[in-house]
Design a protein around this ligand. Structure first.
Ligand code: PCA
Length: 301
């Protein structure tokens, strides 16, 4: 199993537990070795490699697939899902369509786990939206880059594992990511403020080469699926817990954690609205129908 995320990430910890559970449930018939931090395969190559069967299982940041279909961007749009409950409902609503698209490529999702909500790390207090003008902001996917552009900033896509180098070589001034990534990448070494903007809750997805999976006997397949269901449930709880622990760690290490003031909040809202309109102009009718279905499911709650 190849993942871009390092050993300090709760996702990696969860994946390792999944691997242990599978080995135990199958009496060692299926063993999965987790290669973390992009050590085996670079992030962008993980999905193609699982398709080819070079590696059987992979984990990626789901929204990096935005060029395949705008459905993959839905969890990086502001105002769609702003809590763990809503993020989970969004995953449940989008899962069938995502599963179909993966199936066309000979892939099968095993589980998806959200990161904590995304916020903004800066080297100065973020008090005025004008501060975004020309600010070089590290972003983990295309949608976040568009969002930074809408704010007047200058985005660069940087892998999580490259964050420390991006700062130490002076390539970026700020970053958008979660409490968890700020903690595991020791944000306090190069930044001093974290604005909890609660932008969106984006997910990682873990998936398997379908041919490999189909070769397992029924009982073994079921054992893998059961362990995957457990990993999904455990992972969402780990995300909540890691968010709390990471916010504490940020504060203990001298990062000032605040929420956006009214001016900054208004600018984020405007940039988010533009991003959403842009998404709507590109999304297929199917993707939009999924969004409507998700919104209806919230009304029923
Ligand atoms: N951490 C990953 C993805 C989102 C997050 O919180 C990153 O910043 O690359």
């Amino acid at each position: 199993m190849a993942t871009p995320y390092g050993d300090a990430s709760f996702h990696t910890e969860n994946n390792k537990q999944f691997a242990e559970d599978v080995a135990e449930a199958t009496d060692g018939e299926v063993t999965i070795t987790v290669h973390s931090g992009g050590s085996l395969i670079a992030h962008g190559e993980i999905k193609p490699s699982v398709r080819r069967g070079t590696v059987q299982v992979g984990e990626i940041f789901l929204s990096t697939l935005s060029n395949d279909d705008p459905i993959f961007e839905i969890d990086t749009l502001p105002g769609v899902a702003g809590s763990y409950e809503q993020a989970l409902a969004l995953w449940q609503a989008t899962k069938p369509m995502i599963t179909d698209i993966f199936a066309e490529e000979g892939l099968m999702p095993l589980y998806a786990v959200t990161w904590p909500a995304q916020g903004i790390y800066t080297a100065e207090p973020l008090e005025d939206p004008d501060q975004f003008e020309g600010l070089r902001v590290r972003a983990p996917n295309i949608n976040t880059q568009r969002f930074v552009q809408n704010l007047g900033g200058s985005p660069t896509e940087t892998e999580e594992s490259d964050i420390p180098t991006a700062f130490s070589t002076g390539r970026v001034d700020a970053m958008i990511t979660s409490s968890s990534t700020g903690n595991s990448m020791t944000a306090w070494d190069y930044l001093s403020h974290y604005t909890e903007a609660n932008l969106w809750l984006p997910k990682n997805i873990v998936f398997v080469n379908k041919r490999t999976f189909d070769q397992l006997d029924d009982e073994t397949q079921q054992a893998v699926l059961d362990a995957a269901a457990e990993a999904e449930e455990r992972g969402w709880q780990m995300s909540r817990d890691d968010n709390e622990a990471s916010l504490d760690a940020l504060r203990e290490n001298g990062i000032t954690v605040t929420t956006p003031n009214d001016e900054v909040a208004a600018a984020l809202q405007e940039a988010g609205d533009t991003l959403f309109e842009d998404w709507q102009s590109r999304a297929s009718d199917d993707a939009k129908a999924v969004l409507d279905e998700y919104r209806d499911s919230l009304d029923e709650q």
